[in-house]
Design a binder for this molecule. Structure first.
Ligand code: G6P
Length: 620
């Protein structure tokens, strides 16, 4: 939520900042802006450095348009793309925010919870506020402390941060302080990129990747000072810290849409490779077991675990729901799945015999982060499945597994969902083989896993056919998605895909629950998507589908080839290859991702950046 990029070096800052914002736009896209300090000119009238703030409501390209014909000579600055929390999207609420003197620029990702008290106090001291944002208090606080600290920006930011409660990744510049950018972190990500004669910082490493592969990840309550040739990091007690420089793997950085119309479509089509990457080096075929190096340090604790609680949000929550069925099927563990935003407020009896597993693409989702912090406090073992390397959730876990799926840019998650399902299966297999799962059963699972990427390729070849079907359904305003057991989460995720990118109402339901309410909605204008593979629940699914037909409801079914019972009762059919029941959802979701995509495209929606949403939700 909100993207920050900073540059301090010798090159022109504005183009670098704008490019960075384009890479971060998935994090928020209702307004954008930058603050740079201009170099003093040769003329008498321009002998001092000036803080120049340019911002706009709307997208980064609108900011870029605003810059046409304007030349700013500046070699350091900060920039921001916003997802509004306090104050509607507008020019005045866009970041950077500034102080009374206009010399300070501040960008912020997160929420300052005590901003009202701070604001009232600063107003009493004579500060004049212009925006409705919580962020503006940071600029005025820095202004206040800058004077008190005799013009020392570092101390002013340190004192400011000590006053703030809530979450933040912030960057600050001051036009009286030459070539220095101050950044600070609590709860929201900010990463330093160390270049040749230049230092950068950003909300994610992908925005820094074109300039450097040397990353330094700040932890909570750390501040850093960036100059062109150096950087140093301190904690809030003003002690200098020695932090490791991490090298970003080159495949963590992908440039463009590779010819696809949208990132979402590219990411749907990347699933054969993202599944291969999720499994690479993690299967011991001859032994019917998996090998997850990231879990090895805690494997003894895992073996003694009695209960596993999966916590996550959004699509990651739905993969967690399926994870419950997979773990129940393969292990002796008691499994609970909880929305992270609820988990953190529950009165749970956690202890060291309980493991809490966070699922998160971004590794920054505020609710998931808060949930595992709470669980850690109570002594539980904290595990993670995270895609974005080095992020806050990855840092807090005791052990975990990376997806290695490459960046997911489209706001609607696709390749990470299927990658999470595969890694959950690998984890359950690892634990299950210490428990009841036999070599034969384990081998069936490893065989099925290895076939998945090829089977996904087969489904993707059918995209033109799926598109034709989707276009026939694009006129409907409401959809019901139903499934049973392993495919109940598929119904939820399929419906979520449609609603988030096409803005069409869609409800996911457990098929057996349909008769307790949603069936009252069914008529000829309310189609149902039935996820009805050839498994043990098929006869019950058929009964539910008959109930829909009896009410003139239209049915589109996702099933396996040649399942006559489903063919007979459905208006339209999409078939997917057969696999073992626990993995069938990995294949079943692919046509549903494409179905949602083609309907949204037909409706002319902004598929990669749907309205009101953001990719990385760093507010609670
Ligand atoms: C946002 C995104 C979703 C994502 C959810 C959880 O809502 O739009 O696509 O599923 O956050 O994100 P995470 O990064 O924790 O998986």
């Amino acid at each position: 939520m909100c993207g920050i990029i900073c540059y301090c070096g010798k090159k022109q800052a504005v183009p670098i900042l704008i490019n960075g914002l384009k890479r971060l736009e998935y994090r928020g896209y209702d307004s954008a802006g930058f603050s740079v300090v201009s170099e003093p000119g040769k003329s008498k009238s321009n002998k001092v450095r000036k803080n120049i703030i340019v911002k706009t409501k709307g997208r980064v390209f609108q900011l870029e348009n605003k810059m046409e014909g304007i030349d700013i000579d500046a070699t350091y600055g900060i920039a921001h793309t916003r997802w509004a929390t306090h104050g509607k999207p507008s020019h005045i609420n866009a970041h950077p925010q500034t102080d009374c003197s206009g010399k300070i620029g501040v960008v912020h990702n997160g929420i300052i919870e005590n901003y009202k008290e701070i604001k009232e106090d600063l107003i009493r001291k004579g500060h004049v506020f212009k925006s409705e944002t919580d962020t503006e208090v940071i600029a005025h606080l820095v202004e206040e402390f800058f004077t008190l600290c005799g013009g020392n920006l570092e101390n002013a930011v340190l004192k400011t941060v000590q006053k703030l409660s809530g979450t933040f990744g912030i960057a600050v510049i001051h036009s009286d302080v030459d070539h220095k950018i101050l950044i600070a972190k609590r709860g929201s990500p900010i990463i330093i990129g160390v270049g040749e004669n230049e230092c950068l910082a950003a909300s994610d490493s992908n925005a820094l990747a074109p300039y450097t592969n040397k990353m330094v990840y700040l932890s909570d309550d750390e501040i850093a000072v960036l100059t062109p040739n150096d950087y140093y990091i301190k904690n809030l007690s003003n002690e200098t810290l020695d932090k490791k420089v991490e090298i970003l793997e080159s495949n963590d950085y992908k440039e463009d849409k590779r010819g696809f119309e949208h990132y979402m479509l590219k990411e749907i089509f990347e699933q054969p490779e993202s599944l291969e990457n999720a499994m690479r080096g993690r299967l011991i075929e001859g032994e019917g077991v998996s090998k997850l190096g990231g879990l090895e340090p805690v494997i003894d604790r895992i073996k003694n675990t009695k209960q596993l609680i999966i916590v996550s949000c959004g699509t990651s929550y739905y993969s967690g729901l399926l994870g419950r069925y997979i773990f129940e099927h393969l292990t002796e563990l008691n499994i609970e799945v909880e929305l992270a935003s609820e988990f953190r407020y529950r009165r749970l009896k956690l202890n060291e015999e309980i493991a809490v597993l966070a699922l998160s693409q971004s590794g920054e989702t505020a609710d998931t982060l808060a949930a595992i912090k709470e669980a850690k406090r109570k002594g539980a073992l904290i595990l993670g499945i995270v895609n974005a390397v080095g992020t806050s959730i990855a840092q807090i876990t005791d052990a975990g597994v990376y997806n290695h799926a490459g960046p997911e840019i489209g706001v609607a998650s696709t390749k990470i969902y299927t990658s999470q399902l595969v890694i959950l299966t690998l984890m359950a297999l690892l634990i299950g083989r210490y428990q009841g799962v036999s070599f034969i059963e384990g081998s069936e699972i490893t065989d099925a896993l290895l076939k998945l990427p090829g089977q996904v390729r087969e489904i993707l070849k059918e995209a033109p056919q799926i598109e034709k079907i989707a276009l026939q359904y694009a006129k409907y305003k409401n959809f019901l998605y139903i499934g049973r057991l392993f495919n109940y989460p598929t119904a939820l995720e399929g419906a979520l895909k449609l609603k988030e990118i096409s803005y069409v109402h869609a409800e996911g339901y457990a098929a057996g629950e349909m008769k307790h309410g949603p069936i009252s909605l069914i008529d000829k204008n309310f189609p149902t998507v039935a996820i009805a593979p050839d498994d043990l629940t098929l006869d019950k699914m058929i009964s539910n589908m008959q109930e829909i037909k009896a009410r003139s409801g239209k049915i589109l079914s996702i099933t396996n080839p040649g399942v006559k019972k489903v063919i007979d009762i459905s208006d339209d059919i999409i078939t997917v290859p057969r696999t073992i029941p626990i993995l069938q959802p990995v294949l079943n979701i692919i046509p549903l991702q494409l179905f949602a995509y083609y309907i949204a495209r037909e409706k002319g929606r902004d598929i990669d950046k749907p309205r009101n949403l953001a990719k990385s939700v760093t507010v609670e």
